[in-house]
Design a binder for this molecule. Sequence first.
Ligand SMILES: *[C@@H]1O[C@H](CO)[C@@H](O)[C@H](O)[C@H]1NC(C)=O
Ligand SMILES: *[C@@H]1O[C@H](CO)[C@@H](O)[C@H](O)[C@H]1NC(C)=O
Length: 337
Amino acid sequence: MALEGLRARRTFWRTTVLSLGLLVLLLYWFPVRNLDLLIPMGVCPSATMVLLRDNFTGVLRLWNRPNVLTCTSWKAPIIWDGTFNPDVAQREARRQNLTIGLTVFAVGRYLEKYLSHFLESAEQYFMVGQRVVYYVFTEQPAAVPRVALGPGRQLRVEPVMRERRWQDVSMARMRTLHEALGGRLGREAHYVLCMDVDQHFSGLFGPEVLADSVAQLHAWHYRRPRWLLPFERDERSAAAIAFGEGDFYYHAAVFGGSVAALRRLTAHCARGLQLDRARGLEARWHDESHLNKFFWLHKPAKVLSPEFCWSRDIGRRAEIRHPRLFWAPKEYAEVRN
Ligand SMILES: *[C@@H]1O[C@H](CO)[C@@H](O)[C@H](O)[C@H]1NC(C)=O
Ligand SMILES: *[C@@H]1O[C@H](CO)[C@@H](O)[C@H](O)[C@H]1NC(C)=O
């Protein structure tokens, strides 16, 4: 009897240990975040697809990417690799004789750690062949690295005040951008892309991204159901988005548009941030929460697929064919204090 009991117990433990081991192995091969891949993204209705034209790329071949969502419910294109002709976009931007602005904030340790790689990779890949003006906002103008710029490309350094906390840096960004768009930047650029500095270009990022207002699908959230998106839910906040609301979760690392549209966007976000501060609130993802609220109220004219701002931490995915911008691995402890 005793022997049998011992055997049964041993079998029980063996099975348990074995199953736990298998589970760990399974999670290692197929991390939880990849469960996202099991959620269908939806498809763009073919009636919408054939009608979508674009000011820069002309006809979009949205049917080239049948396994991903290529348009929004308000009929804006979602730009994926293979849906546009980069040469057509190049020619069109040159025909319009555009100047394209790229703004970046390099504050505190972000400057030494990321700025040269960001600018050097931008020289290689960002709006190649176009007239470009970089605006680097920093509190250490003398420390901005000298990067060799191609013809027709300029760099301007805009001094900003040092904020005490990185949250404040991120929140002051909207106000600073708003002022810059009302000044020289707004006069010299037709379209502006606003980007985070802790990333670098890895593929051509051309005029196919341009539109009146442009939003970036967040690489970590583009396949999640709406109720799981990290919107600000506190209804006292100006950035609040109720359950059942919200279209996509957009990443504040890349947004852009025409100068007029960006003036409206930055004014809205700066006002929201200020209202929240007056009430002693801080939205969950700071200026990104307010950006998401703005794009919920004023739909973007163009949406960029996660290929335009990808994170290596997510791993490889078949649908991410050609990442154009890589988000640097986060080393918050090192750069945020
Ligand atoms: C294109 O724009 C630049 C700068 O704004 C200007 O100097 C130039 O004259 C323009 N060229 C044409 C053909 O309009
Ligand atoms: C295309 O250009 C027209 C005229 O300039 C503008 O009204 C419209 O918003 C543009 N479309 C997009 C998607 O930006």
